[in-house]
Design a protein around this ligand. Structure first.
Ligand SMILES: CC(C)(COP(=O)(O)OP(=O)(O)OC[C@H]1O[C@@H](n2cnc3c(N)ncnc32)[C@H](O)[C@@H]1OP(=O)(O)O)[C@@H](O)C(=O)NCCC(=O)NCCS
Length: 167
């Protein structure tokens, strides 16, 4: 049985291990365990028969914008719509909060397009770029692709500048 629900504090270590698993393979950025604890209320998890199999978080960036971060599905649980279910749960939260746009920076833009996002120009999210990306060691050589879901209203899109990275 699959359940998608808000993470509990007891999930933090497993979330950290799952994110680290994919980050070590270059599929996403590392998150220190301290950051997972600090943002545990942002996280959703999917459990299969009680075992955590996927996670992801919705991080609020400002009055109209949030970011999906740390989306990761256990290797043996991929292709079962868990990634899509975590994204749905994050979007539901975003709608309830009245946010206008949800974006992600990802090496898997094809997945996000499949679940309803569109490719974007990262400069649509200057608060991300100038507050966080500038501190990232990959800033000058970033291969992540910006994707966004417009939930209502929102600014006009800027032209897309990046192509999808090879898987
Ligand atoms: C990318 C990831 C989150 C997808 O999760 P998943 O649970 O395997 O995907 P789902 O089963 O929910 O897929 C939903 C749909 O997206 C499609 N899809 C999944 N991964 C895809 C990809 N890389 N490119 C294009 N489409 C993809 C699926 O085929 C499915 O389509 P369908 O509805 O027609 O069947 C997962 O592979 C993962 O954790 N990867 C490693 C970490 C990572 O890359 N995270 C991405 C955020 S940085």
């Amino acid at each position: 049985m699959v359940v998608v629900e808000p993470a509990r504090i007891a999930d933090a270590q497993a979330i950290h291990e799952l994110v680290t698993h994919w980050a070590d393979r270059g599929d996403m950025l590392h998150r220190p365990v301290s950051e997972v604890y600090e943002s545990i209320r942002d996280f959703k998890v999917a459990r299969i028969d009680g075992q955590m199999a996927a996670c992801g978080s919705l991080h609020i960036m400002g009055p109209d914008l949030a970011e999906i971060r740390s989306l990761a599905v256990r290797e043996d649980a991929q292709g079962k719509q868990l990634g899509a279910a975590i994204v749905d749960a994050c979007l539901e939260d975003a709608r309830e909060l009245g946010l206008e746009r949800v974006f992600a920076l990802t090496y898997r833009p094809g997945f996000f397009e499949r679940v309803g996002f569109r490719l974007a120009n990262v400069m649509e999210f200057p608060q991300k770029v100038w507050n966080e990306c500038v501190r990232c060691p990959f800033f000058t050589n970033c291969k992540e692709v910006a994707v966004v879901m417009d939930l209502g209203g929102g600014d006009e899109a800027l032209p897309v500048v990046r192509e999808e990275a090879a898987p």
